[in-house]
Design a protein around this ligand. Structure first.
Ligand code: 99T
Length: 202
């Protein structure tokens, strides 16, 4: 299988962490892909009409895209068991959606500042994206610490990849001081070999 890949992407990283946890990194060949909404570059627009990564070319059907779809497919294929049975599954999925939402808002902030000329940037829009992230971090700390401290699953992986992306692209926003409980959980989770082996700056 071919995985369209960029080390900076928190969505690609989710898939890579899953592969590491399942000890199955040898099942995919990484295809470097880079670009942006303004210039798709080498992003696989012929395989994913949205022009986004990750995308997974597989032997048994059309290319899969969106990290949540790819993660479900690989979890099933590899029997990784990173999605628990219902009813715990519903918590895992909403935590995964929360982690992905943090990453999506953080990527939009990055694009706004790095792709737009300074004269057309909207600080209010960037701040509104950060407010989404702040609410999501608070929700994780208020509601989900018990789940996050349970057996590893894709919810935890998505949150950890999103937090890693905040550190990587938005290091000027000190989220740890306002969310110390989440920060302590992340310090432990981030020490897992699967996280160490997939860090964006590794
Ligand atoms: O939006 C584009 O045209 C290109 N962007 C991407 O491919 C980003 C890379 S993160 N991927 C996504 O937005 C995927 C989101 C999707 N819902 C999923 O797969 O879960 C690049 C971050 C960076 O370089 O800083």
């Amino acid at each position: 299988m071919k995985l369209f890949h960029a080390p900076a992407s928190p969505f690609v990283r989710k898939v890579m962490v899953l592969l590491h946890e399942a000890k199955a990194t040898d099942r995919v060949t990484l295809v470097p892909a880079s670009g942006s909404p303004l210039d798709p570059g080498t992003l696989p627009v012929d395989r994913n009409p949205l022009g986004k990564i990750p995308a997974l070319e597989r032997p048994d059907g059309p290319t899969l895209y969106d990290s949540r779809v790819i993660s479900r497919y690989l979890d099933d294929l590899l029997q990784a068991r990173l999605y628990p049975a219902a009813p715990r599954l519903w918590d895992t999925l909403v935590i995964e959606a929360t982690g992905d939402g943090i990453a999506e808002a953080a990527v939009l902030m990055r694009y706004e500042v790095h792709l737009r000329p300074e004269t057309t940037r909207s600080p209010a829009w960037v701040d509104a994206q950060w407010q989404k992230i702040a609410r999501a971090l608070a929700a994780l700390e208020d509601r989900w610490m018990s789940h996050l401290s349970g057996p590893p699953d894709m919810g935890q992986i998505a949150v950890a990849c999103a937090l890693g992306y905040l550190d990587f692209r938005h290091a000027d926003r000190p989220w740890r001081t306002t969310h110390p409980v989440l920060a302590a959980w992340y310090a432990t989770f981030d020490a897992r070999p699967a996280m160490r082996g997939t860090a964006p700056d590794a």
